[in-house]
Design a protein around this ligand. Structure first.
Ligand code: FDA
Ligand code: NAP
Length: 455
């Protein structure tokens, strides 16, 4: 059975060397690394399948705003830092699209997110036989009737999100890459007029723009600034409020020395560094990514506010040093309780729509792992212990491998949730899977399933 086929029959079990959960750029990069391994090592194929809950490929589609650009160089694509000769590079994509000369004429390292999305779609088409879309992995367990030390596989339950039922697959290695988790202000819940930035375009398009006369955007990060600019431009009749916890947007440091924190070598410095070293990474370089905005977007927004003042038509309002305390909904009204930092005054404002560009929390596989979680070892702070090859450190009695692509900020540093290092990281995970398989084959322990089929 091919990965893309769907079986309603629980007993028709498929076994893969690798199952990837989630198919964003991280696992797309891994699928390519495994494909390139297959091409290089004939007869030693790694059987892989990837499950993605979206109906088709999508990379933060709800933030594909017209003028949004990438925050990493196009050279930090799916493959180049691992293998500059790969046929899956952004340059290969430009060449295939007949746009390479024009792109070079632009003299710009940072393509639009729309163009990079086209690149990702082009790349995923080439490994499409391994991906099943509209399929959410809901659990990872030991196969029933097995004891951990005598099984070499994990069992995953995969639910078809279009309601066609459930599928069960077995895997010797699982790579969890389910992405960042949207975070809302305390007490606020999303609905048709209160949106998190991760659902922005979808919910915005459901509204009649004429109804949006007073809109607010919360946050001082890249998402907040891009959405504020978008709403100001798209809704010329509307008043737009930016609720900014700082005194004003701060610039994302992407100067060359600071940018070294995203180099592949920085992962070793972080991983093998002392607690003090790791703390220094965050203390000095958090402003390369969190709660910061690209210089160009900041200047663009300031220019709009200034032009408003010159024209005497103020419709872009910055509520600085202000946080959202609470959100209440009544009919078409959204009442937002705001706390201003200067004197701590709390007051309410009503909006037709509220966008919470309030960031994300890190990926965690805890819910997927269920009971299996007790085999995963944690540090004193309760975080997963993770080996250098991104494998969760597990109780020795569990010989299966669970890898993380994301959720490893505490062990591998700032690139854990970003694109900067995915080419190298995916290569390292693919190498680890291959090496551990070779080790297992050499030891040739027992592939046994008690009370089930032996495969
Ligand atoms: P990503 O979130 O992309 O993919 C995870 C996938 O898993 C999703 O498609 C999701 O549907 C799926 N999934 C989740 N649970 C599942 C389950 N149980 N079963 C099946 N599927 C499941 N970084 C950077 O370096 N440069 C940049 O330019 C940007 N730009 C950027 C823009 C925006 C708007 C955001 C919000 C973030 C960025 N980032 C970024 C950071 C971002 O985390 C990064 O670009 C990638 O999305 C990371 O790719 P992943 O594949 O790890 O996660
Ligand atoms: P973020 O950088 O984490 O910013 C979230 C913001 O929300 C912070 O300023 C935070 O302030 C604020 N906030 C949280 N709770 C609040 C509250 N109750 N009241 C007021 N403010 C509150 O998140 P993001 O902007 O979504 O960025 C996430 C990632 O996506 C980053 O890596 C970013 O670079 C990336 N991104 C990239 C693009 C692009 O490529 N063009 C576009 C968008 C995002 P505190 O920190 O003070 O809590």
């Amino acid at each position: 059975m091919l990965a893309g086929e769907f079986s309603m029959f629980d007993h028709e079990r498929e076994t893969y060397d690798v199952v990837g959960i989630g198919f964003g750029p991280s696992n797309l990069s891994l699928a390519i690394a495994l494909e390139e391994h297959r091409a290089n090592v004939a007869g030693n194929e790694i059987r892989a399948a990837f499950f993605e809950r979206q109906p088709s490929f999508g990379w933060h589609r709800n933030m594909l705003l017209p003028s949004a650009t990438m925050q990493v160089s196009f050279l930090k694509d799916l493959v180049t830092f691992r293998d500059p000769m790969s046929s899956f590079s952004f340059i290969a994509f430009l060449h295939a699209s007949g746009r390479l000369p024009q792109f070079v004429n632009n003299q710009d390292f940072f393509p639009t997110r729309q163009e990079f999305h086209q690149y990702l779609e082009w790349a995923q088409e080439r490994v499409a036989d391994r991906i099943t879309y509209a399929s959410e992995v809901t659990s990872i367990r030991l196969p029933p009737g097995t004891v951990p030390e005598l099984t070499d596989r994990l069992r995953l339950e995969v639910t078809d999100v279009t309601g066609r039922g459930t599928r069960v697959v077995d895997a010797r290695n699982v790579v969890v890459s389910t992405g960042l988790v949207p975070s809302m202000p305390h007490g606020a819940e999303t609905d048709e007029r209160v949106w998190h930035s991760s659902e922005f375009l979808e919910k915005y398009r459901r509204m009649d723009p004429a109804e949006l006369r007073r809109v607010a955007v919360v946050g001082a990060g890249q998402s907040a600034a891009e959405i504020t600019r978008f709403l100001y431009d798209e809704l010329p009749h509307a008043q737009v409020w930016a609720v900014v916890p700082s005194y004003g947007y701060s610039v994302a440091d992407d100067t060359p020395f600071a940018n070294q924190v995203f180099d592949p070598g920085a992962v070793d410095d972080y991983y093998f560094g002392s607690e003090q070293t790791r703390e220094a990474f965050w203390r000095y370089h958090r402003n390369t990514n969190y709660s910061v905005v690209d210089d160009e977007v900041i200047r663009d927004l300031y220019r709009r506010a200034y032009d408003d003042e010159v024209g005497g038509a103020n419709r872009l309002h910055f509520l600085n040093l202000t946080r959202v305390n609470d959100v209440k909904r009544a009919g078409a009204e959204t009442r937002v309780s705001l706390q201003a930092g200067l004197d701590g005054e709390v007051y309410d404002l009503d909006f037709d729509a509220l966008v919470c560009a309030t960031g994300y929390t890190a990926m965690t596989p805890g819910r997927l792992l269920g009971d299996l979680d007790r085999y995963c070892l944690r540090d004193e702070a309760g975080r997963y212990r993770v080996e250098r090859d991104y494998r969760i450190v597990t109780d020795p009695e569990l010989p299966c491998n669970i890898y993380l692509q994301g959720g490893t900020e505490h062990t591998h540093g700032l690139t854990a949730s970003l694109l900067s290092n995915i080419a190298v990281r995916s290569g390292e995970i693919a190498d680890s899977i291959v090496a551990r398989r070779a080790e297992r084959n050499a030891d040739q322990a027992v592939p046994v399933e008690i009370g089930g089929d032996v495969r």
